[in-house]
Ligand binder design. Structure first.
Ligand code: CTP
Length: 407
């Protein structure tokens, strides 16, 4: 996968596999990329910085407080901040259990972990350790935290380990690690020129001045899509209901409350968009009459007359232009594929992201999702459980392909 030359930071931490990072460095440089190596203190006990300095032709960063030579400074900024802003990807290989723990908890006590916190560039981590350490509940939890945050973890290989034990924990093949880094770089600007209109969160339908009908949507999926599309170079506009989290930075957000307001905001901006992704869990019903005063309990049992809300996607279907990519979500509890295909046909969608919301680790208010992508040609792709950010990237990968087929 060829990309224009990029700047990669390669973090090396203290493990027997540290020497393999030299081969990774070479593979990345062979693709024309510039690599800045950063070593932790314990990494330097396994391999000398000189090896990486000679291979990369650059000073290896080994110390948080070391003075950066004048000739290497690109500006007056502090080194970890300037590196953080300059790089297109940060790969840590090998990553020890200790480094994984620090990354998961935001501990920043050396150059590498400070850099990991300060950069907005994607992070790819290739762990290597003893099998018991890899399988320990603490490491499992740290890996899950990092994955949920969108960090790309390269699963270690299974085999004989340096400690003599057999099991998972060997650093993945460096070719596999290099491919993951290159794939991440290739994604970076592949949505440049696209304008995404993304809905997120729930909508709320008032019942009286204090109560509403709503659902458990957090907005995480819609915002993950917004973040991923923005990172890949698209201009992104989100229309969000009352979400539990803040929208990602760099993304324009219109806040709404009701389905009607969401419909108006979406239709208002529809013509600007080149791709529309309807990730919001729109309330399907609204009260026929909204009480002006708070409904008091004394009246006993309460019957609410509800009517369907506006079908936003249905309104888009009749207005959208053929070159606008249209993606819907289908939150189902039964007959996932059949229901998703029916929605795809009736709304003339390019893609439906379908999930069974009763499955553990899928659906509302969790960091992960288990989705099946259903395409207009009848084909489908069942994806494993993954973070919402990873799922967002998978959806965007498909949209990139659909766009290529259309032009
Ligand atoms: N949607 C919409 N307007 C609504 C309801 C849903 O635009 N009033 C959109 C959602 O954002 C989602 C898609 O339609 O992209 C499907 O939503 P879902 O609730 O799964 O399905 P519905 O079409 O509402 O059908 P049903 O509830 O019968 O499954």
């Amino acid at each position: 996968m060829a990309t224009s030359p990029k700047r990669i930071a390669l973090g090396v931490t203290g493990g027997i596999a540290a020497y393999k990072a030299a081969e990774l460095l070479r593979l990345l440089q062979d693709q024309g990329h510039e690599v800045q190596v950063i070593m932790t203190e314990s990494a330097q006990r396994f391999i000398a910085p000189l090896t990486f300095a000679a291979l990369s032709g650059r000073r290896v960063i080994t110390d948080m407080f070391e003075d950066q030579p004048e000739c290497e400074r690109e500006d007056d900024s502090i080194e970890h901040i300037s590196v953080a802003q300059r790089i297109d990807a940060l790969v840590i290989a090998p990553a020890t259990a200790n480094t994984l723990a620090k990354l998961a908890h935001g501990i920043a006590d050396d150059f590498l972990t400070v850099l990991a916190l300060a950069t907005r560039a994607p992070l790819i981590v290739a762990p290597a350790m003893n099998v018991n350490m890899w399988e320990h509940a603490a490491t499992r939890a740290n890996v899950a935290t990092l994955k949920a945050r969108g960090v790309r973890i390269i699963q270690p290989d299974t085999g004989i380990l340096a400690c003599g034990m057999t099991g998972a924990g060997r650093l993945a093949d460096v070719g596999v690690i290099a491919d993951a880094v290159l794939a991440e770089l290739a994604r970076q600007q592949d949505l440049r020129g696209e304008i995404f209109l993304i809905t997120a969160g729930p909508t709320r339908e008032p019942v009286d001045p204090v109560r509403y009908l709503g659902n458990r949507s957090s907005g995480k999926m819609g915002f993950a899509l917004a973040e991923a599309a923005h990172r890949r170079g698209a201009r992104v506009l989100t229309v969000s209901g009352p979400a539990a989290i803040e929208p990602p930075s760099g993304v324009e957000t219109v806040r709404v409350e009701t389905t009607d307001q969401m419909a108006e905001a979406v239709l208002d901006r529809l013509s600007e968009a080149t791709a529309i992704v309807m990730a919001a869990a729109v309330a399907d019903y609204q009260a026929v009459e909204v009480a002006r005063s708070k409904i008091k309990k004394e009246q006993g049992a309460l019957t609410l007359m509800l009517e369907p809300t506006r079908d936003i996607l249905g309104e888009i279907t009749v207005r959208h232009q053929p070159n606008q990519l249209l993606v819907g979500f289908a939150a189902e509890t039964d007959d996932l594929l059949e229901n998703a295909r029916a929605k795809l046909r009736s709304k003339r969608l390019d893609l439906v992201v379908a999930n069974n919301v009763t499955q553990e680790g899928a659906g509302f208010d969790v960091d992960t999702n288990i989705a099946t992508l259903v395409f207009a040609d009848g084909d489908y792709k069942a994806l494993p459980r993954m973070s919402k950010l990873e799922l967002a990237h998978c959806v965007l990968d498909e949209l990139v392909k659909l766009r290529l087929n259309r032009t």
